[in-house]
Design a protein around this ligand. Structure first.
Ligand SMILES: [Zn+2]
Length: 236
């Protein structure tokens, strides 16, 4: 409730500022016009639309929603491989996955939470890199068969609150062990309820989970897509 109030106040404050800018614009002084231009340039960074895009097109999620949080762990050494396997931290998925994620995130936002990504689409060449470091199918999908991450239909996620604090899910991302299993109920009520919120909401939006990783979700409609090797440019 408190967060909603803060959010409302912020909205009202933003609304006021825009009004002030409009009024200043009428006075036509040059420094005031500059203020207006700055506001416009912020607005131009606004989101892209899915219109005209095929469901299987790869898109950068941040271009379509500003409501997600990101901690792309494989673009750092802070992961179980202890290696940085991406040149830069980006979250791409196919359009249909992106749409389902945005819809799921709307439900989370209503409950004061939002999705934070650890990994999204993973080019097949990166899967080979990971396999070279850890050639064990228990931890890394064999790149010849590929993973649903390589198809653009899987994401590794957790939930954060409005201030960006991670909800307690019991283990870190990529903790391989029983504590990360969905069917391990030997956890606090809080952890179980956080995992339940994540799982039930994702399932309501067309995702399915795997038993051993609380963070991993596959889009059902993405299972039959081809393994891809599309690579994004590092420009953001
Ligand atoms: Zn995963």
């Amino acid at each position: 409730m408190k967060y909603h109030l803060v959010f409302m106040v912020t909205l009202v404050a933003l609304g006021c500022r825009q009004e002030v800018v409009k009024k200043q614009n009428k006075s036509n002084s040059s420094d005031k016009i500059e203020t207006v231009v700055k506001v416009d340039s912020v607005q131009k960074k606004e989101l892209k639309s899915f219109e005209g895009l095929a469901d299987t097109t790869f898109v950068r999620l941040a271009d379509f929603s500003g409501d997600f949080a990101y901690d792309m762990r494989y673009a750092t050494e802070n992961n179980f491989l202890k290696a940085k396997v991406y040149d830069c931290a980006e979250c791409y998925t196919r359009v249909k996955t992106a749409k389902a994620l945005i819809n799921a995130n709307k439900d989370f936002l209503e409950k004061g939470a939002r999705i934070k990504f650890f990994d999204c689409y993973r080019p097949n060449s990166v899967q080979y890199k990971m396999w070279e470091i850890v050639p064990n199918p228990q931890y890394v999908a064999n790149p010849v068969k590929g993973s649903i991450h390589n198809k653009g239909g899987a994401v590794d996620i957790t939930l954060v609150d409005i201030d960006g604090n991670e909800l307690d899910m019991g283990t870190d991302f990529d903790f391989f062990g029983k504590k990360a299993y969905h069917d391990n109920l030997d956890l606090s009520e809080e952890i179980l309820s956080n995992r339940k919120l994540l799982k039930e909401t994702m399932e309501a939006h067309g995702f399915w989970s795997i038993r051993t990783e609380w963070w991993h979700y596959n889009l059902s409609a993405g299972s039959n897509d081809k393994i891809a090797n599309f690579k994004w440019e590092c420009m953001h």
